[in-house]
Ligand binder design. Structure first.
Ligand code: HPA
Length: 234
């Protein structure tokens, strides 16, 4: 047990998928895993461990935003020995070429600030994905025929952004989409020598204002979970 995770030692698999929403963790575990066991429910943050194609995997909520993800990812890496951590979540599209329902595989994650800022100080560290996971996810997405983009994303600290000029600069510099967690996951993976990746579904679009209808969310989310699982065990 840790401060925020009630799982017993050994309850957490070496491979962890991290959706922001604990109910997405529940849905993904019940949909894609067998022999599913609830391993955490402290503060309503649900985590499940089960089997996928003979491989043990945990699907655990991260909460929204980097401070929340940082708590869970720190404890999963340092206390439970998680080796491969893949964020699965939604993002807002930032390029005309990126459409709602497309998948984005995040090669890098730019940010204004992360919980690691205090360590890096004057250094602008470049948080990047594990290349093997990135390549395997891109291969899995291609095999599935899912429209997919690989490139940089923006991990923002705000959903209700009062500085739209920052988003404009991101778009101008080729950033594919905006979410709120990946940069800190990549920082922590670098610090602790673990593998990390973010696979994201485009749920809304900052340039067009389009949003994924709720009835389509499950299918798009499912494609992303399958890509993440295939990448983890490639
Ligand atoms: N901004 C930040 N995070 C997000 C968004 C967004 O537009 N869409 C999904 N996650």
């Amino acid at each position: 047990m840790t401060v925020h995770i009630g799982a017993k030692p050994g309850d957490i698999a070496e491979t962890v998928l991290l959706p922001g929403d604990p109910y997405r963790a529940k849905w993904a575990a019940e949909t894609f895993l067998t022999d599913v066991k609830l391993v955490n429910e402290v503060r309503g943050m649900l985590g499940f461990t089960g089997m996928w194609n003979g491989n043990r995997v945990t699907i655990h909520g991260s909460g929204m935003g980097m401070p929340s993800l940082s708590i869970y990812a720190n404890e999963l890496m340092k206390d439970y020995g998680a080796q491969t951590l893949i964020r699965i979540g939604s993002c807002g599209g930032m390029q005309d070429s990126v459409k709602v329902r497309d998948v984005i595989i995040a090669m890098t994650a730019t940010s204004l600030s992360t919980p690691s800022r205090g360590i890096f100080k004057e250094i602008n560290f470049a948080p990047c994905a594990d290349y093997g996971l990135l390549r395997a996810a891109a291969d899995a997405a291609t095999a599935k025929g899912t429209p997919t983009h690989v490139g940089g994303i923006y991990s923002s600290d705000v959903f209700y952004d009062e500085r739209p000029d920052l988003n404009e600069q991101m778009t101008r510099h080729g950033i594919l989409g905006v979410e709120m967690e990946a940069a800190e996951l990549y920082n922590l993976a670098a610090r602790h020598g673990r593998r990390a990746l973010a696979v994201l579904t485009v749920s809304d679009h900052l340039l067009t204002g389009e949003a994924l209808p709720s009835e389509d969310r499950e299918k798009s989310f499912g494609d992303m979970v399958e890509i993440a699982l295939q990448a983890a065990f490639a």
